[in-house]
Design a protein around this ligand. Structure first.
Ligand code: ZN
Length: 894
């Protein structure tokens, strides 16, 4: 940038200025004895220059953090020009790395990160020099202190170097300009130096073509992890460009997490596609994900030590501690599905987020032509997506962080819980703990299922600072004991009664519910099986939430909406005073880590967990939602369909419908036109046929069959009633719902040709899971339908209500067949203000009808004129009137 003769101020004790040839480039200010010299007498890194000022006639001073250098120019003009150029260069350097200048004051970033450093004798010098091999250069310093300050003698560019061993301790570094004869302290030392310098030559000679292209992107010009300039290494699966020192630590994480390659030496891996991927992706996009939340106290810089670096990289890439969580985090199926979509677009950022939040590279796409995401990307012509997937094919999954510790990583610690501090020690004799968790910081405790982490019992402790600690124990009992003790030490006294529960998950969360929708309150949440217990901060224990009976469960990135017949979901609609007290629950995601764990756990607990009746999602009246959905649909659309339940429907449609219903019946809406009644009927039969333990249970089924032999009709009915009482509640409720349904179906045998006997032939073997060779099973069903009212204690009121409903349905069907109706209409009973026969209206509700339209329709029918300040709204009320929820005016009623 600038070179010229200057007088350098004399060393101490001398008055004679020395004439020096001074050279400035972007990195260093150096001075030489003459302009022909290749090696300087002094080098000052530009990055260490803090100020340049003029001092008296023609002189100027270069001020570094620790030392000042005075030069004298030939004229004021020359002097001013030097000052101007130096200031500009130093300024530019600062602005390029603003976050590091502040750090450099403290830790001298001027120092080159060393591959090898130490003292060597150099012929021609009285004292040993401090020699540093760094990248493609060898630096000479007067002493270690100068190295720390960054003020060196000279550097040797190794692209012109050659190393030769001379004797036991000596070796020569030969360059075209000079031979440096070094001598080490020992033979072994010498060998290490020779090796390091040879490595440096290789690096200097390697091609920088790839590096130059990748550096063309601004963010790739400094290390993605520590910010060092000109990083010439990369992790090809994480798509980050990193410095040599970080690369060394990356290697320690293992290739399952990061695949380290040199930009300059590993020429073969750098295909055109991979270079393009790095140009598009680059450090900026990678860090938007991986370093979204790095606390300043944990960040590293170019001078960070090896341990610090390692700790940071483990947290960043292995634990994913600072990452930007994808909203679907924790939901494997959804993640995989989203990945299959993302790879067909150019959205690499989305793919990155999905992949490193747990989506599986090898997930099943459900597309037989393109069974893997890679094949999908190929079909869509997304070359960069393919490249990205390819390099991450063998990467370890990064799902829930808790899954990241494996057995080998457990180390034995002595733990104590005392005075509100959970401490862990190297052993029971140590007095200084390795770490401490203050119990008031704990926000969640999780008791993992056995063998989750390769050891018998593990539990997790989450803190408010988004940290997760995993503890392992030999027995489930001791794990439970620890959990209870820890929970007891931090739970609010008002919620202490929750501690008697054998919980899987215990913690505090913010939620809104009931009358306090405006204000979130803190509550204590306990998950036991599929039951969620909640205790508010003022000590009020809510009715436990049966998660399998939820009406709806909606997970958003920031909160989880739980709709229960008990709770009801609020939403955009305003909370209705008093009427919905305690029936609305939003769980808010204030912290990511434990909240996502809760969402995942609640979603899981709210789904069907097996193939027996009680493991299904249930309605309020204990009937599997799946059964309820099918019966409802047949009642609305299939009562008059000829051969209903006898005709078999399409096998493939039945299979897929049963599958989606079993996965999450809550989300399935059966619609006329979309689902054929025979397919739905067949689905219901298939469900009972495959049901674990059967509707009548293995234990009691023989007794039911035996009862058919009783000749006295009255004795038989009484036997059935007794057997009914012996069934588990869910089986009893389900059997009642089904027989009630079949009772209605046979009422229409004139149209559907399915009388009681025909239904019994179909349902007997299905419900008893027999081959149907004898009629015993059919007999039971026939008897149950015939004696429906007595066996199930159905009263007149219930019968009348059902008949009215059926009448309404029939009326609607008639109208429908005359072409006046839209497919998909349902008949609903709507009450005005109170549930009384006089206020009852049967309304046909099209799929598109909103709550507002329904409200107006009812008001219109009742000839109610809206007055000013009248507010009407539509509520959904469950059968037993225990719960209701207001509908938003624009919400669809169905
Ligand atoms: Zn680095």
């Amino acid at each position: 940038i600038r070179a010229g003769w200057l007088d350098k101020n004399p060393p101490q004790g001398s008055y004679i200025y020395q004439k020096r040839w001074v050279k400035l480039d972007t990195d260093y200010l150096r001075y030489f004895d003459s302009e022909k010299d290749a090696y300087s007498k002094r080098l000052i890194p530009v990055s260490s220059i803090s100020r340049v000022t003029s001092v008296g006639d023609q002189k100027f001073e270069v001020i570094t953090n620790n030392r000042n250098f005075v030069f004298r120019a030939e004229s004021d003009a020359d002097r001013n020009e030097w000052i101007r150029t130096l200031q500009q260069i130093a300024e530019e350097r600062k602005s390029k790395a603003p976050e590091r200048t502040s750090m450099s004051l403290a830790t001298d970033s001027a120092t080159e990160p060393a591959d090898k450093s130490g003292f060597l004798e150099l012929r021609g010098f009285k004292h040993k020099l401090f020699v540093v091999v760094a990248g493609d250069k060898v630096f000479l310093y007067k002493n270690a202190e100068d190295y720390r300050l960054g003020i060196g003698i000279t550097y040797i560019e190794m692209n012109v170097g050659n190393v030769k061993e001379v004797d036991r301790r000596g070796f020569d570094l030969t360059t075209p300009y000079r031979i440096f004869s070094f001598s080490a302290d020992s033979e072994q030392e010498k060998e290490e130096w020779v090796e390091a310098m040879q490595q440096s030559i290789i690096e200097a000679l390697s091609s920088s073509e790839v590096a130059e292209r990748i550096w063309a992107v601004e963010s790739n010009r400094s290390c993605a992890d520590c910010g060092s300039p000109k990083p010439d290494w990369a992790s090809i699966n994480l798509c980050v460009v990193i410095c040599k020192r970080c690369a060394g630590e990356h290697r320690g994480l293992g290739p399952g997490i990061t695949k380290v390659r040199s930009l300059k030496m590993d020429r073969k891996v750098w295909t055109e596609e991979l270079i393009k991927l790095f140009q598009q992706f680059g450090n900026a996009m990678a860090n938007e994900f991986w370093a979204a939340n790095v606390p300043p106290s944990e960040a590293i810089g170019p001078t960070s030590g090896s341990q610090e670096r390692r700790r940071f990289l483990i947290a960043k890439y292995r634990e994913g501690k600072y990452r930007h969580y994808h909203p679907l985090f924790g939901n494997q199926e959804e993640l995989d599905r989203a990945l299959c979509v993302a790879v067909t677009t150019s959205d690499l950022k989305e793919t990155q987020a999905l992949l490193f939040c747990g989506a599986s590279v090898t997930c099943d796409t459900g597309d037989s032509e393109c069974p893997t995401p890679l094949a999908l990307a190929e079909r869509s012509g997304q070359r960069l997506q393919m490249e990205f997937l390819l390099h991450n094919k063998t990467s370890e999954l990064r799902g829930l962080p808790s899954a990241l510790l494996c057995r080998a990583e457990f180390s034995r610690r002595w733990c104590t819980l005392q005075d509100g501090v959970l401490s862990y020690y190297e052993n029971d004799r140590n007095t200084v703990p390795n770490g401490e968790i203050r119990v008031e910081e704990i926000v969640c405790l999780v008791n993992n299922p056995p063998h989750t982490h390769g050891i018998e019992s593990t539990f997790e402790v989450y803190t408010g600072a988004e940290r997760l600690y995993l503890f392992g124990l030999e027995s489930p009992d001791s794990a439970r004991e620890w959990l209870k003790s820890i929970a007891k030490s931090f739970v609010h006294p008002c919620a202490e009664e929750l501690l008697v529960l054998d919980f899987e998950r215990f913690g505090r969360l913010h939620y809104k519910g009931g009358l306090t929708l405006e204000r979130a309150q803190e509550g204590w949440f306990v998950l036991v099986g599929s039951t969620l217990h909640v205790c508010s901060e003022d000590g009020q224990r809510q009715e436990p939430l049966q998660l399998r009976k939820l009406q709806e469960l909606c997970a958003w990135p920031a909160f989880l909406g739980v709709v229960d017949t008990q709770w009801g979901l609020g939403g955009a609609w305003p909370p209705a005073e008093a009427s919905c007290a305690g029936r609305t629950l939003y769980i808010q995601g204030e912290r990511k880590l434990d909240f996502l764990g809760w969402v995942h756990a609640i979603q899981k607990a709210a789904g069907s967990s097996g193939d027996t009746l009680s493991e299904q999602q249930l309605t309020e009246s204990d009937v599997p939602l799946l059964v309820d959905r099918c019966i409802d649909y047949i009642t609305q659309c299939g009562l008059t369909s000829e051969g209903i339940y006898r005709k078999s429907g399409q096998n493939s449609k039945t299979t897929s419908l049963l599958e989606v219903l079993q996965r999450d019946a809550r989300r399935v809406r059966l619609k006329e036109g979309e689902h054929h009644v025979d397919d739905v009927a067949n689905t219901l039969k298939r469900f009972f046929r495959d049901l674990g333990d059967g509707l009548f249970t293995q234990q009691w089924a023989p007794d039911w069959l035996w009862a058919t032999a009783l000749e006295d009709e009255e004795a038989k009915v009484s036997e059935y009633r007794q057997l009914l009482g012996a069934l588990p509640a869910v089986n009893r409720a389900t059997l009642k719902a089904l027989i009630n349904h079949l009772f209605r179906v046979q009422c229409f045998s004139g149209e559907n040709q399915m009388n009681t006997h025909n239904l019994a032939i179909v349902f007997g073997p299905t419900l008893f899971q027999t081959d149907g060779k004898d009629y015993k099973a059919g007999r039971v069903v026939e008897d149950l339908i015939n004696h429906y009212v007595e066996i199930f204690n159905v009263n007149d009121q219930e019968m009348k209500k059902q008949q009215d409903e059926i009448m309404a349905i029939m009326k609607m069907r008639e109208a429908s067949s005359s072409g006046m109706q839209q497919a998909g209409d349902f008949i609903c009973t709507v009450y005005l203000e109170e549930k009384k026969t006089e206020t009852e209206q049967h309304v046909k509700i099209p799929a598109t009808m909103t709550a507002e339209e329904l409200t107006f329709e009812i008001l219109d029918r009742r000839k109610i004129v809206m007055k000013e300040k009248d507010y009407w709204s539509c509520f959904e009320v469950n059968e037993r009137e225990e719960a209701e929820r207001p509908l938003h005016y624009s919400e669809k009623v169905l």
